[in-house]
Design a protein around this ligand. Structure first.
Ligand code: PGA
Length: 250
């Protein structure tokens, strides 16, 4: 089944406004071939700026995080409806840095997915993945399934879900999963969705890889049938991201 490749550039808490302007100019100068969906995920302070700067290009702007609550007395939060009101219709949810550094539990991540699904537009890229200790003790499938299982009751529109498999040990470490490890784990995740939701949903949902993906390893990773794109951190801060990575997905 042909799935449209999906790529995210996760800029994390990096870049000044000036840096953002330069990076957007280089993102905009490159033609993305074919139909890959590509999003840039800046810090919230730059969301509207990046959205405007990327206007007219194929790259959309995405949030890195969203609130588990709606509008109201929730200091410091950004709600789904606020994002939508400025034209942002994709967000990452449950990135491992949110889970490990900011204590987001499976339940919190599931609430965020629920908020995204309650709207009619918001696409949630749900990040899941195991730590090194969990992989070494054979718990990879169990961890991924636990993290996904928490979200399943709230997902009614699978066309607005992307799954980013990001082994925690590969994020920002320069240590990428081998193409075989990525394929095996993506296949396990797809099989789990087939079993818990339906074969049709499993065939359609994009499962993308994240964890030290770069211009050198992207081709091999994407050569696997169950790897549908990537969520790229460090390498997405380089101008070469946009010309070297998304065009490999065609
Ligand atoms: P990395 O980050 O590419 O720098 O490993 C990926 C991510 O955290 O999404």
């Amino acid at each position: 089944m042909a799935r449209t490749p999906w790529f995210g550039g996760n800029w994390k808490c990096n870049l000044s406004a000036e840096d953002v302007k330069k990076l957007c100019a280089s993102y905009k100068s490159v033609e993305i071939q074919g139909g890959a969906d590509v999003v840039a995920c800046p810090s919230p302070v730059y969301l509207t700026m990046v959205k405007d700067l990327l206007e007219g290009s194929k790259v959309q702007c995405s949030a890195q995080n969203v609130s588990a609550t709606g509008n109201g007395a929730f200091t410091g939060e950004i709600s789904v409806s606020q994002l939508e009101s400025v034209g942002i219709t994709t967000t990452l949810v449950g990135h491992s840095e949110r889970r490990t550094l900011y204590g987001e539990s499976d339940e919190t991540v599931a609430k965020k997915v629920a908020m995204c699904q309650e709207s009619t537009k918001m696409i949630a890229a749900i990040c899941i993945g195991e730590t090194l200790e969990e992989r070494e003790s054979g718990k990879t499938a169990a961890v991924n399934e636990r993290q996904l299982k928490a979200c399943l009751p709230y997902i009614k529109d699978w066309s607005r879900i992307v799954i980013a498999y990001e082994p925690v040990w590969a994020i920002g470490t320069g240590k990428t999963a081998t193409p075989q490890q990525a394929q095996d784990t993506h296949k396990e995740i797809r099989d789990f969705i087939a079993k818990s939701v339906s074969q049709e949903v499993a065939d359609k949902v994009r499962i993308v890889y994240g964890g030290s993906m770069n211009a050198k390893n992207v081709k091999e990773l994407l050569a696997n049938p169950d790897v549908d794109g990537g969520l790229v951190g460090g390498a997405s801060l380089l101008d070469s991201f946009i010309k070297d990575i998304p065009n490999q997905g065609n």
